[in-house]
Design a protein. Structure first.
Length: 105
């Protein structure tokens, strides 16, 4: 915490290569196969500022951040009505910006 009212964090998740089953059915996938995914580096950050709120004897935290800063995300999803819906790997979200307010005791 750089200051008693200010806090910041950085989060890093490394997901190594995975063996991923990919079943046929979609126009872009004609045979069943097991493929090796690439590795993912998922960086996120959050900055928060806390202010006392005397009327309710609590604190209010204002925060903002970015999840998956470098947009490490799967780029080879299946297409069409017969796609393999289980063919998903890597970080759960693409790059996401967020802001919020939290009441703290």
């Amino acid at each position: 915490m750089p200051h008693e009212k200010l806090s910041a964090n950085i989060n890093y998740v490394y997901t190594g290569q995975m063996l991923v089953p990919h079943f046929a059915g979609a126009p872009n996938q004609l045979v069943d196969e097991i493929m090796t995914s690439s590795a993912f580096h998922d960086w996120s950050t959050k900055v928060a500022y806390t202010l006392p709120f005397e009327k309710i004897k609590s604190k209010v935290e204002f925060y903002t951040g970015i999840k998956n800063i470098f947009n490490a995300y799967q780029n080879d999803f299946d297409i069409g009505k017969n796609r393999d819906s289980n063919f998903v790997y890597g970080p759960a979200q693409a790059r996401t910006f967020f802001i919020g307010i939290k009441l703290r005791s």
